[in-house]
Design a protein around this ligand. Structure first.
Ligand code: PHE
Length: 342
C-alpha cells in the first residue's frame, strides 16, 4: 500500500468516526460506535494499522506518526460525544430540578394522643402493681349489667341509652338476655376478671366504651375509660383514696389534691365521684367505690372474706386536662394540624 492511500484512509476514518459519534443519541449507541472504530480486536483503526506492514520501509515512520494522531483525534471526538450525552442525561431527568432547594422531610406517623395517654396510664398503674386486663367491646347484658347489680328494670339498660346491636335484637327483645350491645362502661372487665381468677386481684382495664351522646365539647359517642379493680382481704376506702392520689400526682403533677363526693353506682357501696384539684379548679374525673357484695356473689366470691375497691376514670378527660385540650372532638376529627402537636 502506498503512503498516500494509507494517509487518505486515515483521514476518512477520522471523519467517519466523528459523524458516528455525533449521531449517537444514547450511551449504548455511542459505545457501539466506539467499538466499531477503536475496538481492540476488529475496530476500523486496528484494521488500518494492520496495513502498516505493506508500506515502504522509508515511509513507515510518517505512517506511524499519522496513525497515532488519528487515534488521538478519534478518542477526543469520542470523549466530547460522551460529555455531551452525560449532560443531556442529567438535564433529561428533570430540567427544573434545583439541588439547592431544602429537602422534603419524609412523613412519619406517630402514636395518637389517646394511645399515648393509655400507655402512660398503664405505666403509672403498673408501678403500683396493677396489671392490664382486656375485655370485648361487644358485650352481653350479663357482663354490662346483671353481674354488676344493674337489674332488668334499671334505667341504665334503656335502649335509648345504649348501642344494642340490631342483629341480636331480631329474635331477642332489645336489652333482654339474648341481646348484645357495645359496652357502655369498662366495669364489664371487672366481672370477666373475677369470673376467671381468685383474689388477690389488682388489675386495670383501658379501653373504648360507647354511649349514644350527641357530640359536643365534652361528649362523644365513643370514649375511653380506665377501670381499676383491687380485691383482697381487708381492702378499705383509704386504700382506694391513696391509690387514686398517687396516680393523680404521677399523671398530673405533685400539686394535685383529691376529693370524694358521695354518689351512687349499683356495683359499689359506698360510691363516690372522684374529683382532682389541679391548676385552680376541681374537675370530676370519674366514679369509684367499694365493690358491692352482690357483685362478689355474682362471680362466686365470698363477700365475708373479701373486700375490694373499683374505680372508672375518663381517659379523654385526663388527656385533655394534662395537655390543655378544650374540645374532645379535636381528638377524633383526624385533623393533622391538631394531631401533629403530640
Ligand atoms: N362504670 C362507672 C361509669 O362508667 C364508673 C365506675 C367504675 C364507678 C367503677 C364505680 C366503680 O360511670
Amino acid at each position: 500500500m502506498s503512503l498516500q492511500d494509507f494517509l487518505s484512509s486515515l483521514d476518512g476514518l477520522v471523519a467517519d468516526a466523528a459523524d458516528a459519534f455525533q449521531a449517537a443519541t444514547d450511551t449504548d449507541s455511542l459505545e457501539e460506535a466506539r467499538v466499531r472504530f477503536l475496538g481492540q480486536k476488529s475496530g476500523a483503526l486496528r484494521d488500518i494499522q494492520k496495513q502498516m506492514g505493506s508500506i515502504e520501509a522509508s515511509d513507515r515512520k510518517t505512517a506511524g506518526m499519522r496513525l497515532n494522531q488519528t487515534k488521538n483525534a478519534i478518542q477526543t471526538a469520542f470523549g466530547e460525544a460522551k460529555d455531551r450525552l452525560g449532560q443531556a442525561d442529567q438535564g433529561g431527568i428533570d430540567p427544573t430540578f434545583d439541588p439547592s432547594l431544602p429537602g422534603v422531610r419524609p412523613e412519619l406517623g406517630h402514636v395518637h394522643p389517646i394511645t399515648q395517654t393509655i400507655e402512660h396510664l398503664m405505666e403509672i398503674m403498673g408501678r403500683m402493681g396493677f396489671e392490664a386486663a382486656e375485655g370485648p367491646e361487644v358485650e352481653d347484658p350479663w357482663h354490662n349489667f346483671v353481674a354488676l347489680n344493674i337489674p332488668e328494670d334499671h334505667p341504665a339498660r334503656d335502649p335509648l341509652d345504649n348501642f344494642y346491636l340490631a342483629t341480636a335484637s331480631k329474635g331477642a327483645d332489645l336489652g333482654g338476655e339474648g341481646s348484645q350491645l357495645l359496652r357502655s362502661q369498662t366495669s364489664t372487665v371487672q366481672i370477666r376478671v373475677m369470673e376467671n381468677r381468685q383474689p388477690p386481684i389488682r388489675v386495670i382495664s383501658l379501653g373504648r366504651v360507647y354511649r349514644p351522646d350527641a357530640p359536643d365539647a365534652t361528649h362523644f359517642p365513643m370514649f375511653h375509660q380506665m377501670e381499676g379493680l383491687f380485691v383482697d382481704r381487708h381492702v378499705t376506702m383509704a386504700n382506694l383514696k391513696t391509690v387514686l392520689r398517687v396516680f393523680a400526682e404521677n399523671y398530673l403533677g405533685t400539686d394535685v389534691d383529691i376529693r370524694f363526693r358521695p354518689s351512687f353506682f349499683p356495683f359499689t357501696e359506698p360510691s363516690v365521684e372522684v374529683d382532682f384539684y389541679w391548676n385552680g379548679t376541681w374537675v370530676e374525673f370519674g366514679g369509684a367505690g367499694m365493690v358491692d357484695p352482690n357483685v362478689f356473689e355474682a362471680v362466686g366470691y365470698d363477700p365475708e372474706q373479701y373486700s375490694g375497691f373499683a374505680f372508672g376514670l375518663g381517659v379523654e378527660r385526663l388527656c385533655m386536662r394534662r395537655h390543655g385540650i378544650t374540645d374532645i372532638r379535636d381528638l377524633y376529627s383526624g385533623d393533622l394540624r391538631f394531631l401533629r402537636q403530640f
